[in-house]
Unconditional design. Structure first.
Length: 370
């Protein structure tokens, strides 16, 4: 048998093997069918179960580049699953998923055993993630650019490594009047002063090719650097675009109001702080346990639950991306009205009876006059 015949036999065996090749995790290419109204269709893995003899040629499964790595990274990145662990790299989600695919495709298993050109290092993973993020941001930007007006939402945060970051989101309305809230990114900054924050905002707008004249409103947490009336970020943006109306974040305003209310509740705070200052852990546990079994503590906890129950519902409602500023004000006014309705003799009597009933059930002594 000559060389050409051997090559022909080899090719035939690869196309028609004894055991059919049936990849379960593969992005099958789509082809157009039909002339008048073309429809794009692709191979379905369910056909392997219906016709066990089916064989999918594997010459181009991996192709010139390891495209299967892209799908693994995409699978892990979508729900925010960790790629690597804290210990042995072989136990990471990325490696385990590679091995799982290797059980279905022997060539992937051979790929894992390679010593070079595996494209599985952490640097390659981060690079692929960066490319994917840019593709998603590009798709978002093309939609946002079509909107005539945009609202920008800005917040500062500190990550676990104590690095300052700026969060930027866009809120806009499409031609169908559907509201969209899109997270644009986290941007690291060495400082959170006015100049640094304003520079980041301009860089983001310029990189996305969005003019500042499209800003119809701006929203932030009300920090001095953001909302200063003379030289804050909001004021400087208003100087550039007078139509960019500033709004203090409703959710942050609600949080500040709840914090101030709780701080004024001496029943909870004064007694709790008295025990938190103890140095010995055992004595602290005993002290807190004793404090929690007093009627004053029970009364304060149940009162806090009654009040914060309504503010928690308000907070969840305000976080809806479809909530408008006017609707947010109406919902807040309804919550205030509800809280004011609790300040009646009838409401207090019902609350007092509930506290006494709970105290009897958990064997807490009723209060007595000094």
């Amino acid at each position: 048998m000559d060389a050409s015949s051997s090559q022909s036999v080899s090719d035939t065996e690869s196309i028609f093997p004894e055991i059919p090749h049936q990849p379960r995790v593969f992005h099958f290419p789509k082809r157009e069918f039909g002339k008048k109204s073309a429809v794009r269709r692709s191979f379905q893995t369910a056909w392997f179960d219906k016709w066990p003899w089916l064989h999918y040629p594997s010459k181009r499964l991996l192709g010139a580049s390891p495209m299967f790595l892209k799908y693994i990274i995409q699978f892990l990145a979508r729900p925010g699953l960790p790629f690597r662990g804290h210990g042995d790299e072989s136990e990471s989600n990325f490696t385990q998923l590679l091995r799982l695919q290797g059980e279905d495709d022997p060539r992937i298993e051979q790929w894992i055993k390679k010593w070079t050109d595996k494209y599985t290092s952490s640097d390659i993973q981060n690079e692929i993630l960066t490319v994917m993020a840019k593709m998603v941001l590009h798709d978002l930007t093309s939609s946002i650019q079509s909107a005539p007006f945009i609202s920008i939402m800005i917040d500062e945060t500190t990550d676990e490594s104590n690095k300052e970051q700026v969060v930027i989101c866009f809120r806009w309305v499409d031609n169908e009047l559907d509201v969209h809230e899109d997270f644009i990114g986290l941007y690291e900054t060495e400082s959170t002063d006015v100049i640094a924050l304003l520079t980041i905002i301009h860089e983001v707008l310029n990189s996305l090719n969005i003019s500042i004249t499209k800003l119809s409103s701006q929203c932030n947490d009300g920090a001095s650097a953001m909302s200063g009336c003379k030289a804050g970020v909001a004021k400087l943006i208003l100087d550039e675009e007078p139509r960019a109306i500033y709004t203090h974040c409703y959710g942050h305003s609600l949080n500040l109001a709840c914090n101030d209310t709780i701080k004024q509740c001496a029943i909870v705070w004064e007694e709790a702080l008295e025990y938190v200052k103890e140095t010995d852990m055992r004595s602290r546990i005993i002290g807190i346990k004793t404090c929690m079994r007093t009627f004053d503590f029970l009364f304060g906890i149940m009162l806090g639950e009654l009040l914060l129950r309504h503010s928690d519902n308000l907070s969840k409602t305000l976080q809806s991306p479809h909530m408008s500023a006017a609707e947010g004000q109406k919902v807040a006014a309804m919550t205030v009205k509800m809280l004011k309705s609790l300040r009646t003799d009838e409401s207090f009597q019902a609350f007092w009876e509930l506290v006494q009933k709970t105290a009897n059930e958990i064997e807490v002594k009723s209060p007595s006059l000094p």
